[in-house]
Ligand binder design. Structure first.
Ligand code: 9WN
Length: 442
């Protein structure tokens, strides 16, 4: 029941099942999000996996992050999927042949995609480091070495996003594809996507693998996929270059969630730079975080709605849609008190509620099953909980923690959940659901 007390037996059981999912999804180098639906390495999934592995196997947590950053491009971008070369082209669509990425860093060509995902990784590295002491002196020593290896790579990732992806020129990173947001078919992209051609012929040439293993009503539509493929082609055929994006690419959007994680990453880098004895760099990261927070406030806040909305850089318009990503600036300690209060109130309001669905329950596009258009996801709720804690909403944060623990204990480690009855949707035995449960239980 949604109000059953969270008791020690429940926690012990959930801990065991969560650790079991992480074990089952471990490939030897990283954690797959799902054995059936996503058989390769995904960027922000790996960061969440590392946060869970920090409790049960810190050596794996570092390996997870290392294997992802070993596939970083020379320009600093961290690819959104790193393909397992042992698995055939057909295991996931679009596979490596469609992306046709040039060889780099001595890696075989077609080893990754050319898109990115939300920069969760500096925060993950910091979290794994923070928990090292619980595993003894050797773990602490390894953690320092790993932080030293990761730090310049994390900085390069931030520079790619902050410089090359500042297509709007206002100090925020743009995404060039809904897949980059991590919230693929969120109604937040509907307006910007309306002007992206949907060439349905593209789907005749390829086969969607997701529909072999998932319910069609729980996934993005064929029209969405036609647009997704067209956008990949446009970016790919431009050599994955970021020059002049706003003029030549059909989807260039500033997302409040993505940019909140960009600022959060700067704050994590400030901590990491501190540990590495680099106070000047630590100060610079804190300044960057303040600058990004100011730009989010300036560009994405709508005083009429009292909420953060995604901005279409090409049209200059903010979408009216209220996505859960609009609640994530709550993670920013520099967010002013009035806006933080407005977000904390919105999170508890009938539009959302805790745990928060992926989109406004009262909004015109709400769909209780279709992926990021309504269902509850554990990862964004985990981020929201951090935000509630940052702004001193301890009771709400605790209520949310317990609700998430009950949800997963009762329904299983699903990819997402029905926002009314809590039933599991998408893929079972899902990596980040399990990983974040460990953190919620710790
Ligand atoms: C496309 C792996 C990923 C998550 C995303 C989620 C989904 C992929 C897909 O799965 O996206 O990247 O095929 O639908 O939307 O957040 O990282 O779990």
């Amino acid at each position: 029941s949604p109000t059953a007390p969270v008791v020690p037996d429940m926690c012990a059981e959930l801990w065991r099942s969560a650790a079991g999912v992480l074990d089952a999804n471990w490939t030897g180098d990283y954690t797959v999000p799902s054995r059936t639906l996503y058989p390769h390495q995904w960027s922000w999934d790996s960061a969440f996996a590392a946060i869970g592995l920090a409790y049960v196997n810190p050596a794996r947590a570092w390996r997870e992050l290392r294997s992802l950053f070993a596939a970083q491009w020379p320009d600093g971008r961290v690819p959104h999927i790193v393909f397992d070369p042992e698995i055939g082209e057909d295991a996931y669509f679009p596979g490596p042949r469609f992306w046709n990425v040039p060889a780099y860093n001595g890696r075989a060509a077609r080893g990754s995609t050319g898109l990115v995902q939300p920069p969760m990784h500096a925060l993950a590295a910091w979290e794994v480091y923070r928990h090292a002491a619980a595993h003894g002196a050797d773990a602490v020593q390894q953690a320092r070495i790993e932080l030293g290896w990761l730090y310049p790579r994390l900085v390069a990732q931030q520079e790619f996003l902050g410089d090359r992806r500042d297509a709007g020129g206002g100090g925020l990173a743009s995404i060039v594809h809904p897949w980059e947001s991590g919230l693929d078919n969120s109604p937040a992209w509907d307006d910007a996507l309306a002007s992206v051609p949907a060439d349905m012929r593209l789907l005749d040439t390829y086969q969607r693998r997701d529909l072999d293993v998932s319910d069609v009503t729980h996934r993005p539509t064929d029209t969405d996929y036609a647009r997704y493929l067209g956008l990949v082609e446009s970016y790919r055929d431009g050599g994955y270059s970021d020059t002049g994006l706003a003029e030549r690419h059909a989807f260039v959007v500033e997302c409040p969630g993505f940019n909140s994680l960009l600022a959060t990453a700067e704050l994590a880098l400030a901590q990491i730079a501190g540990v590495l004895g680099r106070p000047v760099e630590a100060r610079r990261h804190r300044e960057h975080a303040r600058g990004i927070t100011a730009a989010i406030t300036d560009r994405l806040w709508d005083p009429e709605t009292g909420f953060f909305h995604a901005l279409d850089v090409r049209s200059g318009r903010r979408t009216p849609a209220r996505s859960v990503s609009g609640l994530l600036p709550l993670m920013l300690p520099d967010l002013d008190r009035d806006r933080a209060s407005a977000l904390a109130d919105a999170a508890r309001s009938p539009r959302f509620g805790l745990p928060a669905p992926s989109y406004d329950r009262t909004g015109p596009a709400f769909d209780d099953r279709r992926y990021w258009r309504g269902p509850v996801w554990v990862n964004v709720n985990w981020l929201l909980r951090r935000g509630l804690l940052v702004h001193g909403r301890h009771d709400d944060a605790e209520r949310l923690r317990q609700a998430l623990v009950r949800l997963v204990h009762h329904n299983g480690h699903y990819e997402y959940f029905h926002p009314e009855d809590g039933s599991g949707l998408g893929s079972p035995a899902f990596g980040w659901t399990a990983a974040l449960c460990l953190d919620l239980l710790a």
